[in-house]
Design a protein around this ligand. Structure first.
Ligand SMILES: *Cc1c(COP(=O)(O)O)cnc(C)c1O
Length: 398
């Protein structure tokens, strides 16, 4: 009898008791709005911003309603205007081009390599077509950030980082989100900390921070921010910046603060699971694991592998057989967008030029979440199942 996995790929851990208690205290107070604070009380949201900025060594931090809102706020705050072109990854998820569309701008997609990072050769060729790069560290894969920043700095292209999958990760010792002008994070349930919905952005630039704060819906209460710039930074911004409400509230901030304190331990737990799957998959005929670079300190909250140059029928057969044994894989090559997974050419509100080399990579990507409700033993079992089914289909094809 072949082994079957019984776990649930979308079941996250419960919220820690300490966070539940903090949330209950906020609810008992009735002061859920971030600016509804008692005299002398900083409020959970301002404290969260202060703590997250401290964690990343950032001067400023702003908490908002979602990761997508953090990105569109960042784009607007760095000066992206309707009709502008914004460079971004062809391999990412729908909220990334969506954030570009939200400010009336147009994405210009940059290709993906077999290491699942942005193709720096393609980027270099396209750098002159835009003033801003929205760099998505998709599925936690971090490109050579030193080279990327050197290219963008030389071309005068400002970098906004989408760190939805890299909270807790770093490149060459620099936290993800701290290379570009702005780093954006999500605290949505499927990311590295869980408040249902939520987002954070960090920057060292006082003007960007002031505009972002106004944009988030601060009214004229920006002096209540513990991790914001001084009021002098608002001299112009308070007149020039629309209020596009999308604040974080004290309830969600209360849930997040204890989770931030244990982020490092959570990241280590993800990586133990990631390595268990990777070790189990390595050497499977027809399957390519995604190699990581030494400078990359990643967070393995999901894992990807490639079935390069397989026919679609073979891949869908692998998906079917794994699913029958309880292992849910997502395929980025599917022509039809499904669930959370879609491809750059399915975002039809924006034009895209064909990218054959990237299409070949996208067609080969299989993707799997690794929630912390899975044990390391579960992960080894999952790898055995994938290995067996990929091998079987590969041999049948040969
Ligand atoms: C989840 C996600 C976002 C946006 O986060 P939300 O909080 O869901 O708006 C942005 N980029 C990527 C790659 C994501 O996976």
């Amino acid at each position: 009898m072949s082994e079957v996995f019984k776990g649930n790929f979308t079941q996250q851990e419960p919220i820690p008791e300490e966070a539940i208690e903090a949330a209950v205290a906020v609810m008992r107070s009735g002061r859920l709005h971030r600016y509804n604070t008692a005299p002398g009380e900083p409020g959970e949201t301002a404290l969260l911003e202060q703590e997250f900025a401290g964690m990343l060594g950032a001067r400023y931090c702003l908490a908002v309603a979602s990761g997508g809102h953090a990105i569109s706020t960042a784009l607007r705050a760095v000066g992206v205007r309707p009709g502008d072109r914004v460079l971004s990854n062809a391999f990412t998820l729908a909220p990334v081009p969506g954030a570009i569309a939200a400010v009336g701008a147009t994405p210009v997609y940059v290709g993906v390599t077999e290491a699942l990072v942005i193709d720096l050769v393609d980027l270099e060729a396209k750098l002159r077509s835009a003033k801003v790069l929205l760099l998505s560290h998709m599925r936690g894969h971090i490109c050579d950030m030193d080279r990327l920043m050197a290219l963008c700095d030389a071309a005068g292209v400002l970098v906004v980082e989408d760190c939805a999958h890299t909270m807790g990760a770093s490149w060459n010792g620099v936290p993800s989100g701290r290379h570009g002008a702005v780093g954006c994070y999500s605290t949505q349930t499927y990311k590295h900390v869980n408040s249902g919905e939520g987002g954070l952005l960090v920057t060292d630039d006082a003007d960007i921070a002031a505009r972002a704060t106004m944009l988030s819906g601060s009214y004229m209460l920006f002096d209540r921010h513990l991790a914001g710039p001084g009021i002098e930074a608002y001299a112009q911004a308070k007149y020039d910046t629309p209020n596009i409400s999308g604040r974080m509230d004290n309830l969600r901030a209360a849930i997040l603060r204890p989770q931030l304190r244990r982020l490092e331990a959570q990241c280590a737990a993800w990586n133990a699971r990631y390595v268990a799957v990777e070790d189990g998959l390595r050497g499977t005929p027809g399957l390519q694991v995604v190699e990581r670079q030494a400078a990359e300190h990643y967070v393995g909250s999901s894992i990807q592998f490639l079935l390069p140059d397989w026919e679609a029928a073979g891949i869908t057969e692998v998906l079917r057989r794994c699913s029958a044994r309880g292992v849910e894989l997502k395929w980025f090559g599917d022509a039809e967008p499904k669930g959370y997974t879609s491809r750059y050419d399915s975002w039809r509100y924006a034009e895209s030029a064909p990218m054959p080399a990237s299409d070949r990579v996208l067609r080969a990507i299989l993707d799997m979440r690794l929630p912390l409700t899975f044990s390391v033993e579960d992960c080894a079992l999952i790898a055995r199942i994938i290995r067996a089914e990929v091998s079987a289909v590969f041999q049948a094809q040969a």
